[in-house]
Design a protein around this ligand. Sequence first.
Ligand SMILES: *Cc1c(COP(=O)(O)O)cnc(C)c1O
Ligand SMILES: [Zn+2]
Length: 406
Amino acid sequence: MGSESAAVCLRCVDCAADHALEYRLACAACGGLLEIVYDLARLADAPLTQAGRTGVWRFAAWMPVHDAANFVTLGEEPTPLLAAPRLGAALGIPRLWLKFEGALPTGTVKDRSSQTAVACARQFGFDAVGVVSTGNAASSIATYAARAGLRGVVCCYTRSTAAKMAHLHGVASSVVWYDGVYDDMIRPFDEAVERRWLFDGGATRNAFKQEGKKTVALEVFDQLGRAPDYMVYPVGMGETLLAGQRAWKALEAMGRIARAPRPVSAQSREANTIAEAWRSGGPLRPKTIGYTVAEGTAVGDMGAKGRLTLRRIREQDGLAGDAADEETLAMQRRLARTEGLWAGPTGAVPLAAAARLAREGALDPDAEVVCMVSESGLKGDWPAPDVRGQQPSLDVIRRALGRGDC
Ligand SMILES: *Cc1c(COP(=O)(O)O)cnc(C)c1O
Ligand SMILES: [Zn+2]
């Protein structure tokens, strides 16, 4: 099948050297991170979306997969973009929108990058794809690998939730369960990737894998018809923020929008390296992290991706915030009660961090803000609430409604 992709080459973010579109994880000249460059004139000529396609392939021209035979999909629909004026007013962000990624097949934003990871693994002739994960990336990569008929060899930490572990156990062809945190497992994994044992489905450096996450921005543009003033992203490795902002910047360069939204990074306070660097104005300092309920943001050493994330936030006049676990859990409940969205803790971090930035006066109250809610709460572990049963009767319903006599 013919090529629709407008991808033309790989470019180093540090020294700007160009490389052919091959499976390459670092700049040959300086070792820097690579990003994929697209022919903007071709993107501008084509309609934004392609009819009859699902998932990230609705934006096939914006993806680095040249043969549609390699596309992999589970029939993903665009995720809901919901106006949330009531919750927004209460938080001091009245023009608030929520982009609910819990609606994707495995319940998280990871399904966007897994589509491009697995399609690119096929494109480059790999029969296995892997990732190191606290749960979400592993189950998503394994899901799309299964769908494509490839092996999914994924590493997951043993502190993940029972629901995530059960899902992973069901869907992955091989799971390496590991003790410790992401930062401990990523080095041996990168060594296996270096040996070409498997396609790198991880977030540290593979320019091909991450491309699917651009579609979160492209979808918002398609749904809203304009760019918001701010877009709030949860940040683990920074991939979603970087990819989303690359798409917005391309739309800006094409003249489809006047100005890309300002990016807002949201992290757990336990792993708030970007927020600390942004507040201090200094460089990114890795930290050793313990446990956080916001598993998807539990990265203490973001490496080169972190430095690039911080650089882009500074270049694009962005903001960086964080939220303590208690704030995140309170926001999770508030979001559910106020808007009916049951998010996992990581999914509630952007809203919790944005609410704090609004309280501190860093976020303009007149601004239009799109806040990602990056995961469903249905994959979490929750202690059963402490409840006492009552005898079934009409009276218990009357009391629950607060009705006196009727
Ligand atoms: C992985 C993950 C993130 C963080 O994304 P990055 O692109 O690595 O910064 C956010 N939310 C959820 C639910 C995740 O699983
Ligand atoms: Zn370079």
